[in-house]
Design a protein. Structure first.
Length: 381
């Protein structure tokens, strides 16, 4: 089971939950302080305070933006801890409004489960609520109260689910825009390369052909001439050969300049986030001559950045690239520390397939940090 949404989606709702908890805890502790069995600073009063504190700490950890160790199991355990604290508070305090803590708990469910499963879970957790208040506190309307609070739970789940769908749609639109910008930049570079190649080919085929013919004609005329004319023809022939060499050198330079600069392409993929940064460690002059290699690198880096922002415990992703010995080497690593064994999902599998299609090598390591190393054979630009 995987988390359905990124916990980075939590925003002002998290602070609203903290404020709600503070009001509930203050009111509850103030109300029970007047009871004989739970006077101020009595054992039961301190026990209730401890449960409130444990609940909010678990809530804060479960909804924090930074990744936790042993994701997502650790977040599920934090959810269970919150629920246990609420049930114990139900047992200690005969205050029905404590069920608001269950509403806060249910608001977290859409981040971990589907809306349908969240609604079912919300119904199930209300059963112990009703039983405790009916059997332990002898409240005759316990089931009706529980049903009313379940309606609040349902409202919280649906509202949070709607917000998450909107947030995910916005993120998908932003990701699509970044992909379109990178693709546009790639197409622009491809068009530039095709135009330079066409110009170089025309220069080579037309001007080079005529200069070669001119050099041959001068050579023939030089053999048939004598004296001063022959000397002038020899000089003209030398100039023609020199000009032909200059044309060939110019054509070679034009073809070499047709390679695509890599850094501007990758900069289009960067995602501005408040808690994570992405470092590009590559020479601004690094270029790739093959369109298919450049496109594969752009798509691989894009998928890596998306995975880093959504799933990594680290706060820095380093992307390094270099050309050496007719190979393009790419290394992408974050500082999230060792990770458990990673299963190749669609994203990582797609990376590996792209690399293998280009006769390259793909290596993935998870310790001492998550790192992807890719090597692709390339032509000299």
């Amino acid at each position: 089971m995987q988390i359905k949404h990124s916990l980075n989606d939590f925003g002002i709702e998290r602070w609203a939950g903290l404020l709600t908890w503070a009001l509930l805890a203050t009111m509850s502790l103030w109300l029970i302080a007047g009871r004989p069995d739970s006077a101020l600073f009595s054992a039961s009063w301190w026990g209730a305070l401890l449960l409130f504190v444990v609940y909010i700490v678990a809530f804060a950890k479960a909804t924090q933006e930074q990744s936790l160790k042993f994701e997502p199991t650790s977040r599920y355990l934090l959810l269970l801890l919150q629920l246990l604290c609420v049930y114990i508070l139900f047992w200690l305090l005969p205050l029905n409004f404590l069920a608001i803590l269950l509403t806060m708990w249910c608001a977290q469910l859409p981040y971990f489960f589907t809306i349908r499963n969240s609604v079912l879970i919300a119904a199930l957790i209300n059963v112990p609520h009703a039983l405790i208040f009916q059997l332990h506190w002898q409240q005759q309307d316990a089931w009706l109260t529980s049903l009313l609070f379940w309606a609040f739970h349902l409202f919280a789940i649906l509202m949070m689910g709607s917000q998450l769908r909107e947030q995910r749609a916005r993120e998908s639109e932003q990701a699509l825009n970044r992909e379109l910008r990178a693709t546009q930049k790639l197409l622009t570079e491809v068009n530039k390369r095709q135009e330079r190649t066409r110009i170089a080919r025309n220069i080579h085929d037309l001007l080079g052909h005529h200069l070669t013919a001119l050099a041959i004609q001068l050579q023939v005329a030089e053999r048939k001439s004598e004296g001063e004319v022959k000397q002038l023809l020899q000089q003209s022939q030398g100039i023609a050969k020199l000009l032909l060499a200059d044309v060939r050198e110019a054509v070679s330079e034009i073809r070499a300049s047709a390679a695509m600069p890599l850094k501007p392409l990758l900069e289009q993929l960067l995602i501005p986030t408040p808690h994570k940064r992405i470092e590009l460690d590559l020479d601004p002059g690094l270029q790739l001559a093959q369109v298919e290699v450049a496109e594969a690198v752009v798509r691989i880096v894009q998928e890596t950045i998306t995975n880093f922002v959504r799933h990594s415990r680290g706060n820095c992703l380093r992307i390094a690239a270099q050309l050496s010995d007719r190979h393009f080497n790419l290394q992408m690593s974050d500082n999230g520390g060792p990770t458990a064994t990673v299963e190749l999902g669609n994203g990582l599998q797609g990376m590996r397939d792209r690399v293998h299609a280009l006769k390259g090598s793909f290596a993935l390591t998870t310790a001492p940090q998550f790192c992807i190393r890719i090597s692709l054979p390339v032509e000299q630009s």
